[in-house]
Write a protein that binds this ligand. Structure first.
Ligand code: MN
Length: 201
């Protein structure tokens, strides 16, 4: 079995003006595609890994043979992170979550704006490339954290609920060096129904 790049669940231009179509095209069609191709190349001949889900591979990253572990960490992480990222964005996004997710955010962080500010701060302060995350830890508690490069929350025993890509490739064409502006605009693209489904899983 090989991993495949799924189509985006919306048009490249669907997130305009917050994220431009050209960025989406390159991000999905070149960057994410390369992670998938490089992951498949690394896993060639490793049938036991090819038959696992990407989440299971990342949860047990230390069981991956040392010779391919870094390639699987970077490209497998890249594949899982971007698959989640596309699934939690969409046209007519934004606003605030409702229901059980909203209650959990309020009881964990105080209120929605405090949570949002923590996500933004985690992304702004991440030096170089990485991600800002809302995760559920092993005990089921929500936390905001960030990761470097394509490291996945699964590698630390956490389950990602939502993530924001803060690699320059996610925003540079439109926002250049202004990562905070991208992070501020990004919230207009969130599909809270998808995030809530991840939380309730
Ligand atoms: Mn990316």
């Amino acid at each position: 079995m090989t991993f495949t790049l799924s189509s985006l669940p919306f048009d490249f231009a669907a997130l305009e003006p917050h994220i431009d179509a050209q960025t989406m095209q390159i991000h999905h069609g070149k960057h994410h595609a390369a992670y998938v191709n490089n992951l498949n190349a690394a896993l060639e001949g490793h049938a036991n890994l090819q038959n696992q889900t990407i989440e299971d591979i990342l949860r047990n990253i230390n069981d991956v043979p040392e010779g391919i572990r870094m390639a699987v960490r970077n490209n497998g992480g890249g594949h899982a992170n971007h698959t989640l990222f596309w699934s939690i964005m969409g046209p007519n996004g934004g606003g605030e979550p409702t229901g059980a997710l909203a209650q959990a955010i309020n009881s964990t962080f105080g209120d929605f704006n405090t949570f949002k500010q923590q996500m933004v701060d985690a992304g702004v302060k991440r030096f170089g490339s990485g991600w800002s995350w809302l995760i559920k830890d092993a005990s089921g508690k929500l936390q905001v954290l960030s990761s470097a490069n394509q490291d996945s929350p699964y590698m630390d025993g956490n389950t990602p609920i939502m993530g924001i890509d803060v690699w320059e490739h996610a925003y540079y064409l439109k926002y250049q060096n202004r990562r905070p502006d991208y992070l501020s605009a990004w919230w207009n693209t969130v599909n809270w129904h998808a995030v809530a489904a991840n939380f309730e899983k």
